[in-house]
Design a protein around this ligand. Structure first.
Ligand code: KIV
Length: 256
């Protein structure tokens, strides 16, 4: 397992970082064996595998359980667990306890927090306690009800300035890396140039230090994908074919 320092060093050496989500042991094992640097147990599990229509209902119990499955199946990648909506931000004590639980009980190596002015102090506190933090700026889907949709962020000069400032403040607070989601390519490039820690983009262009996508989008299992995702396989079709072949074999008396 690489340490967060090794992830920082690899990026400083100019290696593009690869990050993918995973939510269970079999897929985490495949992602890990493929040499992906960072596995994110994202709260995107809400849409991707739990049947919710947003990330908002995802609970600490769900993230902890899925993180445990991923951590048990992962030998080489850094496992980052996402802090679900309202598991932080109410009081710093609650945020510390929930982040600690994902490290101590579930086996994550770091936590990711959808960031804002309210998470600078928490990031500092967690880092002081030895809990590595990945910050997340730009489109932060836990603010769905405030933003009104999964729209591109940082498109006005004020928004872009706020993202640049928050990125710097989270680096100063000790975050070991930053995810920047669905912002203009030039803003992501500026933030990447501005920070020493690795910036990992999603829907943020080619100029970041690494890329992250949701696994079910990449393998072609999701029913719908965001505009910036790319399908590199057709697992939905493969599953449908296998299930239909099984059904036909049983109904036709060929199996068992
Ligand atoms: O929850 C998630 O999977 C994420 C990534 C899309 C960055 O936050």
């Amino acid at each position: 397992m690489p340490t967060v320092q090794e992830i920082r060093q690899a990026s400083a050496d100019g290696e593009p970082l690869t990050m993918l989500t995973a939510y269970d042991a079999p897929t985490a094992g495949i992602v890990d064996a493929a040499g992906i640097d960072v596995i994110l147990v994202g709260d995107s599990m809400g849409n991707a595998v739990l049947g919710y229509d947003s990330t908002l209902p995802v609970t600490m119990e769900e993230v902890a359980s899925h993180t445990g499955a991923v951590a048990r199946a992962t030998e080489d990648a850094l496992v980052v667990a996402d802090m679900p909506f309202l598991s932080y931000g109410t009081t710093d004590g609650e945020g510390v306890e929930n982040a600690g639980r994902l490290i101590k009980e579930a086996g994550a190596n770091a936590v990711k927090i959808e960031s804002g002015p309210h998470t600078v102090g928490l990031t500092e506190r967690l880092v002081d306690l030895g809990i590595p933090v990945m910050a997340h700026l730009g489109l932060t889907p836990q603010r769905l009800n405030e933003v009104g949709g999964y729209t591109r962020q940082g498109t006005t000069e004020d928004e872009a300035r706020e993202i640049r400032e928050l990125a710097r403040r989270h680096e100063e607070a000790g975050a070991f890396s930053l995810v920047i989601e669905h912002v203009p390519d030039d803003l992501a490039a500026e933030v990447t140039a501005d920070l020493d820690v690795p910036v990992i983009g999603i829907g943020a262009g080619p100029e970041t230090d690494g890329q992250v996508l949701v696994l079910t989008d990449v393998i072609g299992l999701s029913e719908s994908t965001p505009p910036f995702a790319e399908e590199f396989g057709d697992v939905r079709g493969e599953i449908a074919d296998a299930v239909a072949a099984y059904r036909d074999a049983v109904e036709g008396g060929e199996f068992p």
